[in-house]
Design a protein around this ligand. Sequence first.
Ligand code: DGL
Length: 266
Amino acid sequence: MDSAPLGFFDSGVGGLTVVRAVQELLPAENILYLGDTARLPYGSKSPETIRQFADEDARFLIERGVKAIVVACNTATAHALPGLREKYRLPILGVIEAGVESALANPDAERIGIIATRGTVRSHAYQHALALRRTGLIIHARETPLLVPLIEEDWIEHPATEIVLRSYLDPLVQRGIDTLLLACTHYPLLIPALRKLLPDGVRLVDSATTCAEHLRHELASLDLLAAAADVGKLEVHLTDLSEEFETLARRFLKRAPGRIHRAVLP
Ligand code: DGL
């Protein structure tokens, strides 16, 4: 048993979708969340820059005594997770492994679509992880850079979002995908819009719920779970504070995040 906080970081507030899923599954855990809002987006930046930012994000959390880190950002997981794991001794989880395992939990999955930021798609992290676990898969990955701004504008139901989604998804649907990996922590908010546009048989796999389940399993096996009787607290730190980020944080978390602190990175 360990009541030290779990550390989460993301480029912004999108990683709060993962926090929300973790709070539902593991309500006893204390959570320290860092959103690097001053330097987002990560999705369009070079691998070297993302690795440097991710290292600073991880150090911020480690200095505050977290017992494990969740990289709640697909782009940072894609580029920085191996380096962080090599450098630091505490358990560090990303969002990719869990998503890939969940996609392949269906033995009939054969044609996998992936939507993600440019950085995630170009890293080939998902494509490699899928191909390593199952041969013969047909994988179609699409860079979908317009989706994060549309979600942040709360244009989920807007006709413009439908047009953008159709032009991103039609080629995947034409290729007969049976599974769509939502490989960005913002995308769980799009699930209702995606369900309307995709054929019924397509299974959606998101980073939030899959990561929460993976985390529970890892913490249990390392004997790091908080005592079940505890009620966990959430502390949110952002490198840039604004009213917009507070509003967004509430939408991603589906409740008020409490007082948000301004983070100064090491
Ligand atoms: N959090 C990023 C991800 O999951 C999306 C936002 C960004 O590009 O910074 O890939």
